[in-house]
Design a protein around this ligand. Structure first.
Ligand code: SF4
Length: 324
């Protein structure tokens, strides 16, 4: 049985809420205040179990598709964005839509529209079936092919190799995406890059921070939900950058006692859809297990705030609250 040395925690920063998640959650809260319960939300507003259940308790009803929403009701589109087909379906039902799509996802939609208009074939790097990928691909279904992985880059076919551009989901691993692009470029030397980074600032910042923390960690705990792409990527990035073990948990009580066996240094981070209170609960439990020495390692400052969706701006404050 290994003998553990001094127990300590290294807390990654930035972690937790990004500007797009903050805005989307406030949008549902404001919609409930303004219109009263229930307010319908298509898909999970953000991919976090705790956030969704808190909003349900306030009167939000989460549905999979707009045809489940009663005619004429208010419906919020999630931070991951929607395709034009969903916007039309909501309009056909006379729904009053509030679009909480993160502006950084909307930026990728605009790129897809623009490149499709110029008759490019768009290789959209991302996870097939993820809501964001469905929304972006839905802007130009005839022009988009989803590339799921670096291996897929070796086999994907295009119509005209002279006219190909790559775009990506906002919450991918930066390193893996660059590997996918490297392999695509071997096959398609004329491959164009997106006009600016599609992987968003929050995803990148959280990955940079966990890389630094993981190097010295026996164990990394990522707080975040299983369907949160950026949270799952943080586990992978931690393992690739030196963490001896890394696990994802929704809640503190999911941390298993045996994970801590022989562990001196625990690294902690959280995905972009995770409220800080959930991280603090993990820290409290770790303190109970003797990990009271906490050092924060910060690799970037974040002060981005997005204004609320236009449907909620009038007569209200326009900004989100400060990000964690
Ligand atoms: Fe927007 Fe990035 Fe946050 Fe997604 S993770 S909501 S793209 S800021």
């Amino acid at each position: 049985m290994p003998v553990a040395g001094p127990k300590r925690v290294i807390l990654a920063a930035p972690r937790g809420y990004c500007a797009g998640v903050d805005r989307a959650v406030i949008a549902v809260e404001k919609a409930l205040e303004r219109y009263g319960a229930p307010v319908y939300v298509r898909k999970q507003i953000v991919h976090n179990t705790h956030v969704v259940s808190e909003l349900e308790a306030l009167g939000a009803i989460f549905v999979e598709e707009v045809d489940e929403v009663p005619l004429g009701s208010h419906v919020v589109f999630s931070a991951h964005g929607v395709s034009p087909a969903v916007v039309s379906a909501a309009s056909d039902r006379g729904l009053q839509a509030i679009d909480a799509t993160c502006p950084l996802v909307t930026k990728v939609h605009r790129e897809a529209v623009r490149f499709a208009r110029d008759d490019f074939e768009i290789l959209l790097i991302g996870h097939d079936g993820h809501e964001e990928v469905e929304g972006t691909a839905g802007e130009a279904p005839e022009h988009v092919t989803v590339v799921n992985s670096p291996e897929h880059a070796d086999t994907v076919e295009v119509r005209d190799p002279e006219k190909v551009v790559w775009l990506s989901q906002t919450t991918l691993s930066v390193d893996e995406t660059m590997e996918t692009v490297r392999r695509l470029r071997i096959r398609f030397p004329h491959l164009q890059d997106p006009p600016s980074d599609d992987i968003c600032y929050a995803t990148q910042n959280r990955q940079v921070a966990i890389k630094k923390v993981a190097t010295g960690a026996d164990l990394v705990i990522v707080v975040g939900s299983a369907n949160s792409s950026n949270s799952v990527r943080l586990v992978e990035v931690a393992l690739e950058h030196g963490a001896k073990a890394a696990y994802r948990v929704d809640y503190a009580d999911e941390v298993k006692q045996e994970w801590l066996d022989g562990v001196e240094t625990v690294g902690i981070t959280s995905g972009a859809s995770v409220p800080e209170v959930l991280v603090q609960q993990v820290l409290e439990d770790l303190a109970g297990a003797g990990y009271r020495d906490i050092e924060e390692v910060r690799t970037a400052e974040e002060d981005l705030i997005f204004s609320l969706p236009k449907e909620l701006r009038e007569g209200r404050g326009t900004g989100g609250r400060a990000s964690a």
